[in-house]
Design a protein around this ligand. Structure first.
Ligand code: HAM
Length: 426
């Protein structure tokens, strides 16, 4: 039997309900934040990720799904959403339409990682990217999105970690300091870090192999290399988070695994025991130079992305069930040979905004009632020979076990009155 590829999973049953609930929730939250939905391709030119995400990152050097298409083009399945959104922002000249553009997206990303709990090869991200503002207000707004989302979901054990990488000048000074610091220890570092030393010494701080070395712990801190602009920016971000009552931890070791960040970076952790490093639910930050790096105008951006699978694990851990769905409004039992009236009214009921389904298995009333138990509709509409001859329906309130005889063309009026919730039947 053919099986799904390693590191992927199917969405059905409870997971399907959770996913639908989550999609609805973020879509309504993003409407409130006035962000626009954006969708970009699942694959892009490989060079977009090399130049965008960065040649020194694990994501690009080790984890991309690269392939050539039949036209010999180098393509890559997107490992993250930011680079594609920035490409679209530039290519479609979206910046010309307005000074500020705020987007959200939700979709699959692909990374060739070693699968384990909370780490997949195909995983889903909800993310946002806001372009056009240098103001630390925008950093604070973006950080508030996952915080508010977790609050709406009822998730309690979360911790917001923030740090700053400063502007280009501060970061370049810091990189020089890191080089000076690590040079004497080069022989002790892993091969990847030897490479990172020349390409981007900041990446050494993010190494999972050399993590425990003494020279890692004694490495200089970015705070000592921040210029005034960078310090001021970070102070304001903190001030705005304080005014929204968002608690945070300043984490000087937070550098993030992607190269495009300037100034603020942040991650939100869930308190899931035994989940290890996979307890980071989301991460993001400001990227003032990325649009320019990808041949666009000088327009700053800030964003974040959240991993759906890790969020669901955290919800399970806190016993929060988001898989509950509404019962359907009407279930039709056609108990006669000719089902034309049944399908006609099924269609009418649905088109009037009510959820409805019917028996497609030609079942008897008895076995129909058995399957109805599981479905638990609000009303059961019985259409037998008698009903058709009398131009009526038998409608049962499934919860209250009350039965009504209704003229066929009054069915929508009835539903408007009782399911629409205007009048209580009692
Ligand atoms: P990232 O930290 O690479 O950032 O990924 C964001 C989130 O995606 C992680 O915190 C995690 O929840 C989830 N994630 C990443 N890899 C996996 C995986 N293999 N399996 C399951 N979940 C995973 C970014 O992707 C940036 N584009 C975020 C951003 C947007 N920065 C600015 N704008």
């Amino acid at each position: 039997m053919i099986q799904k590829p390693k590191g992927t999973y199917d969405v059905y049953g409870k997971l399907s309900k959770q996913t639908k609930y989550f999609e609805k929730l973020v879509s309504s939250l993003m409407e409130k934040y006035n962000y626009e939905y954006i969708r970009t391709p699942l694959f892009e030119s490989s060079s977009l990720f090399h130049r965008g995400v960065g040649d020194s990152t694990d994501i690009v050097t080790k984890e991309t799904y690269d392939f050539k298409d039949k036209g010999n083009r180098d393509l890559t399945l997107r490992p993250e959403g930011t680079a594609g959104v920035v490409r679209s922002f530039i290519e479609n000249k979206i910046y010309a339409e307005s000074l500020l553009n705020k987007f959200w997206y939700f979709g699959p990303m692909y990374r060739y990682e070693r699968p384990q709990a909370g780490r997949y090869r195909e995983f889903f991200q909800f993310g946002v990217e806001a372009f056009g503002s240098l103001d630390p207000l925008m950093d604070a707004e973006v950080i508030s999105i996952p915080v508010n989302l977790f609050k709406l979901l009822g998730l309690k054990g979360i911790k917001v970690h923030i740090n700053t990488l400063g502007d280009m000048e501060s970061r370049n000074n810091y990189k020089e300091a890191l080089k000076k610091h690590f040079e004497p220890f080069l022989d002790n570092l892993c091969d990847d870090c030897k490479n990172r030393f020349s390409k981007n010494p900041l990446r050494i701080l993010d190494c999972k192999v050399d993590n425990d070395l003494e020279c890692m712990k004694s490495a200089p801190k970015i705070t000592d290399y921040l210029n005034e602009i960078s310090k001021k920016h970070f102070e304001s971000v903190k001030k705005y988070l304080d005014s929204m009552n968002i608690e945070y931890i300043i984490d000087e070791s937070l550098v993030r695994g992607l190269d495009y960040y300037t100034h603020t970076v942040f991650e939100v952790e869930a308190n899931v025991e035994g989940f290890g490093s996979q307890n980071v639910l989301c991460g993001g930050g400001r990227y003032n130079d990325l649009v320019k790096t990808l041949d666009g105008p000088e327009i700053p951006g800030v964003g974040f992305a959240l991993g759906l699978e890790r969020l669901f694990t955290a919800l399970d851990y806190e016993n929060i069930d988001i898989s509950e769905s509404e019962n359907i409004d009407v279930y039709i039992m056609p108990l006669c040979e000719d089902k034309s009236v049944a399908i006609k009214y099924l269609n009418i009921i649905r088109m009037n905004g009510y959820s409805a389904d019917m028996d497609y298995l030609n079942r008897s009333m008895k076995s129909n009632f058995k399957s109805v138990e599981k479905l638990n509709p609000k009303y059961i509409l019985i259409i037998g020979e008698d009903e058709i001859n009398n131009n009526t329906f038998t409608l049962k309130n499934n919860e209250k076990r009350v039965e009504y005889k209704i003229e066929q063309d009054k069915i929508i009026d009835f539903l408007d009155e009782f399911v629409g919730g205007y009048i209580d039947e009692d």
